[in-house]
Ligand binder design. Structure first.
Ligand code: UD1
Length: 377
């Protein structure tokens, strides 16, 4: 059974690692890892492979940056050749990035079965490119692995056949559970005792310069009482450079840092007094860790982190952010429960389903639409 995994952007790597490890325990499974090259900086990609214990990708499509259409179309064109040549039995895609939807599209057209890990999440906000990627990927996947019950409900409402859907839990938490014990030695010696950790990269927060400036002013003000650590995504960094803010604001409690590798970031998250973010994965990780999380977004595709976890949606409202931050720093944070199946074993459940599906897949297998390596006209 040949399984090809497609990853491309930072949040994919910690999801693919446990799934590949779990599938690797089955003798008759052969695996190939394709990196689309959507994220290519050392700090956004290579260091994650190293820390997660993943071997280097077998194939790199090197697509790099571009508009959504450019990035997606390049992945489609380059991946099609790889899939035609390698003829995998299954292709596994992760999360909601451009690489996810592009890869699912290639496979659906070639009649190669696709499994989507982290299926069913919905923000119901179609201005987010990730929501479009989620909707498209789920419609054309053959196996859909959901992290929480709300994912199953969304898929049912969208008419996805229930036998394709498997509630397995959260693979990102598998990686967290495995690597949390290794964070002890990762805390920088000069790290402050108590700090707020910030990550922001969504266009809705960083491409609106006026809003970004208000957020930075708030962080500067907060940093007079409590240190603020802000590892900066490349998109955010280029916006900050446009308004004249460079790495490290000397002498203040606001530390603007390079993007952090997985273990260093997990160390910071697990020790932060509060996390302020617009990332999806960080809403989940803070819920698991029991760390208060303030999400600077109007909606979330991970509502379970609000209903059960430590997450509070503050929207685009500086006053609300300030109020919630003050409350969290004074110890008035939400209590939380860890959602069901966020137990470190989600990937094993995925591997079990995929291995069981082998017979079904063999029976259904059809000749790909284009049988040679020649791209269609
Ligand atoms: C992508 C995902 C988003 C995810 C995020 C995590 C989509 C639609 N979005 O957004 O869901 O939360 O990754 O990081 O797929 N850049 C670099 N170096 C890199 C990668 C990107 O400098 O290694 C720059 C690009 O040139 C671009 C910007 O960062 O200007 C954005 O990169 P891109 O991959 O297009 O989207 P993200 O905002 O990272």
């Amino acid at each position: 059974m040949h399984i090809l995994h497609v990853v491309g952007a930072r949040p994919n790597f910690m999801k693919a690692a446990p799934v590949m490890q779990a599938l690797g325990k089955h003798d008759y499974v052969r695996q190939t890892l394709v990196h689309t090259g959507q994220h290519y900086d050392f700090n956004m990609s290579d260091v994650f492979f190293r820390q997660l214990g993943m071997s280097a990708p077998d194939v790199n499509l090197d697509v790099g940056s571009g508009s959504h259409a450019q990035q997606t179309s390049q992945i489609i064109a380059r991946l099609e050749r790889v899939v035609l040549e390698l003829k995998p039995d299954w292709v596994v895609v992760y999360g909601d990035v451009n690489s996810t939807a592009a890869a699912a599209m290639v496979c659906a057209k070639l009649l190669v079965p696709v499994a989507h890990v982290e299926a069913g999440l919905r923000s119901f906000d179609r201005t987010m490119p990730e929501e479009i990627n989620r909707l498209l990927t789920d419609q054309i996947s053959d196996l859909l692995f959901t992290p929480s019950e709300d994912g199953n409900q969304n898929l049912q409402r969208e008419g996805i056949a229930p036998e394709k859907v498997h509630l397995v839990g959260n693979v990102m938490i598998d990686t967290l559970v495995r690597l949390l014990p290794h964070t002890l030695e990762r805390l920088p010696k000069d790290a402050p005792e108590r700090f707020v950790l910030v990550t922001l990269h969504r266009p809705s927060n960083v491409d609106d310069i006026g809003w970004l400036k208000s957020l930075l002013s708030l962080f500067l003000e907060v940093s007079r009482d409590c240190a603020v650590l802000f590892p900066v995504h490349p998109r955010t960094r280029s916006r900050m450079a446009e308004i004249g803010i460079e790495l490290s604001i000397g002498g203040s409690g606001l530390q603007i840092l390079d993007p952090a590798p997985y273990l260093e970031f997990l160390t910071l998250q697990s020790r932060a007094a509060v996390v302020i973010t617009d990332s999806g994965g960080i809403q989940e990780e803070t819920t698991f860790l029991g760390v208060p999380c303030l999400t600077v977004r109007e909606n979330t595709e991970r509502p379970i982190t609000v209903s059960m976890g430590t997450n509070v949606l503050v929207g685009r409202d500086i006053a609300r952010l300030q109020t919630e931050l003050t409350a969290a720093l004074s110890g008035k944070a939400k209590r939380r429960k860890i959602p069901p199946l966020w137990d470190g074993h989600a990937a094993e459940r995925i591997a079990e389903v995929m291995v069981q599906s082998r017979a079904r897949c063999d029976a259904k297998r059809v000749t790909p639409l284009v049988p040679t390596g020649v791209p269609p006209e």
